[in-house]
Design a binder for this molecule. Sequence first.
Ligand code: ZN
Length: 121
Amino acid sequence: MRKDRLAQFRKRLIEKHRQLADEVGRTALYVKDQEDDSIKDLGDQANTAYTREFFFELGNGDRRILRDVVSALQKIDDGSFGNCERCGEAIGDKRLEALPFARHCIDCQRVIEQEERMAAG
Ligand SMILES: [Zn+2]
């Protein structure tokens, strides 16, 4: 991939990263407030378990994307950006434009989603 194109993707990914980090940060703050008001009587262990679960529920989608964004930035650095992690083929231009942090080509993505649905029952 050409350098100027890579630089564009990097810029978009960094922007996305900042936005997501903000959102995840707010979620963490929100959980902290809840903790102080409503469950301060619970033991430390229960407290921690509750927080973890709550945080997971709230931030799961964003944190998953955040992880993919970070991994895409790493791939720009090591030169593998734009290649599918599963089959190694180039991810389509349109798909990358829409989802610069996509980890898989559209064909593999379909297979993976099918597998996830089956695993979920
Ligand atoms: Zn693939």
